[in-house]
Design a binder for this molecule. Structure first.
Ligand code: CA
Length: 225
């Protein structure tokens, strides 16, 4: 899952980025309102952690831009203690949840996970598609109820396919989702090909069907249609 952390306090941002990365998220950061607005316009995120007090603007004003650009993206606002008004405004504008500073990192992690489950997986802890099942808590994939051993990238790729099933995913969007915003995409396309090949092989070796279709010149689609 790919997050954008909008936070102007560099030390805090670096600390949270490290923590969230250790918890298996791909984390991009923005330090200012304008940097955040630019990234939101250019890239896709599963969830945005949004500090409201930014040096060049109020984070609340980013919410409508996020909603317009990426309706499915989760928004967790970070508010100062006692600012009930900000929380209410943020939720009214379409933020999904809030966390109040100072917070424990474990709480942030729990909120991010619960928000993603709600937004992406309809609140469940499992995602399934025919004979394939993924337990989101343990990050374990199963085929016909037998666990299969996936690398971190293969697991992320499988999740990305599962919640975008029946949609064409461009190689660019897959690259961005697995490696982050600032990648030399041409180099990554070979990696994508290899990860897809390995994922497909592991699913099929466990008795799964081949759902990953290469769409010539466009990208890939995960589908049983
Ligand atoms: Ca701030």
């Amino acid at each position: 899952m790919k997050l954008l952390l909008v936070e102007d306090n560099r030390t805090l941002a670096a600390d949270l980025k490290q923590f969230l990365t250790e918890n298996d998220f791909l984390v991009e950061t923005a330090e200012t309102f304008s940097e955040a607005r630019e990234k939101i316009g250019l890239y896709q995120y599963d969830l945005i952690i949004l500090d409201l007090g930014l040096p060049d603007g109020n984070g609340l004003n980013l919410i409508p831009i996020i909603k317009e650009r990426a309706f499915e993206c989760g928004i967790l606002i970070v508010t100062a203690r006692d600012s009930v008004e900000d929380k209410v405004k943020g939720l009214d504008l379409g933020a999904d949840d809030y966390i109040t500073k100072p917070f424990h990192k474990a709480e942030l992690n729990a909120r991010v996970r619960s928000l993603l489950r709600r937004k992406k997986f309809n609140g469940g802890n499992e995602l399934s598609f025919n004979e394939i099942r993924v337990d989101l808590y343990s990050a374990q994939a199963f085929v016909h109820d037998k666990p299969i051993a996936l690398t971190r990238k293969e697991y992320d790729l499988l999740l990305y396919f599962l919640y975008n099933r029946n949609r064409v995913l461009t190689k660019e969007s897959i690259a961005e989702h697995l490696w982050g915003d600032h990648i030399d995409q041409q180099d990554r396309f070979d990696f994508i090909y290899n990860h897809i090949k390995n994922l497909r092989k592991k699913l099929m070796n466990a008795g799964g069907k081949n759902y990953i279709r290469a769409m010539y010149g466009m990208g890939y689609k995960f589908t049983d249609r």
